[in-house]
Design a protein around this ligand. Structure first.
Ligand SMILES: [Zn+2]
Length: 303
């Protein structure tokens, strides 16, 4: 099973409710199938005229604590794990309706979204997917952080982290981003934070919805969560999940190998800006059948 070459959407609506990580407010969210070339849009059902915001790089308004998109004064916050889920499952078109400004945090991973969508089924559509295809490497390095994108015949991500904490230290993880691999290896990895950071965020009225039910909380010698970790390297797997969500904001899947070192939402976003500046380093194209993923005979598109 290779990377899907036709656009995909959900087989049916899926609905969730939960609290927003930063607002602490209950949110209801429904993800609906959408037609070809629709992309991913977030729709605020609690506001007049149901304003819709495309989940695109150029609509990102903040990346400091969560990825926030906005348009004409309307925002949707903390989209990164849901975006990771949709990109991890190679879903190109979906309409995400919600009745508040923040996506529910669920269990701190993309597991609940992923399970429900897999249960509803994924439907292949009649139009070809358009891919960004790298012709040469693009790299960005700053303050000990690094992101690189390299030509490849499939979509791969390698994440590396290095924390001065005995439970984490150096961790590295590489996957090929295909739905069944994403579901099994990445979707259930939870977000994490250090106890002192969580305490100071709460003092400033942030992370109001944060609890041990939706984050791994690390203290000096271990973690506070009684049930332990879901993977020995759950931390780097979650970073990889975040990275899939950030790159999903390109608006189209990428054929290439992304490599990150000590990166996060803000630096990934800086890389995306750099990516769009380096237009000579990539092109867009469709793949008319799976065998062409590795061949030279693919159709080239003007961008
Ligand atoms: Zn995350």
């Amino acid at each position: 099973m290779g990377i899907p070459v036709y656009q995909r959407t959900l087989g049916d609506d899926v609905s969730f409710s939960g609290v927003g990580l930063h607002s602490g407010k209950t949110v209801h969210l429904t993800i609906k199938p959408a037609p070809v070339n629709y992309g991913i849009k977030f729709v605020r059902k609690d506001l007049p005229h149901d304003p819709a915001i495309p989940a695109r790089f150029n609509c990102v308004v903040d990346t400091s604590l969560a990825t926030v998109i906005g348009s004409e004064g309307v925002i949707v916050s903390t989209i990164e794990h849901l975006m990771a889920c949709l990109a991890g499952l190679s879903i190109d078109n979906a309409r995400v309706e919600l009745d508040a400004y923040e996506v529910p945090v669920m269990d701190g991973s993309a597991g609940p979204f992923t399970r429900m969508i897999m249960a509803a089924g994924i439907r292949e559509q009649e139009a070809a997917r358009h891919f960004f295809v790298l012709k040469e490497p693009i790299e960005l390095q700053q303050d000990g952080k690094f992101v690189g994108a390299y030509p490849d015949t499939t979509f791969k991500i390698t994440c590396n982290i290095d924390f001065e904490h005995p439970l984490i230290r150096k961790q590295s993880c590489t996957i090929e981003v295909l739905d069944y691999i994403f579901e099994r290896e990445i979707s259930i990895a939870r977000t994490f934070g250090f106890l002192h950071e969580v305490e100071s965020m709460k003092r400033y009225g942030l992370a109001r919805g944060g609890s041990l039910d939706n984050a791994v909380v690390i203290h000096e010698k271990g973690i506070l969560n009684k049930d332990g970790l879901r993977f020995q390297n759950e931390f780097v797997r979650h970073k990889l999940l975040d990275c899939i969500g950030d790159f999903a904001l390109l608006g189209m899947p990428i054929l290439g190998h992304i490599v990150t070192y000590k990166s996060g939402h803000s630096f990934n976003h800086a890389f995306l800006e750099n990516f769009f500046k380096n237009k000579a380093s990539w092109q867009t194209r469709t793949l008319s059948k799976p065998a062409e993923a590795a061949s030279e005979t693919a159709k080239y598109l003007a961008i």
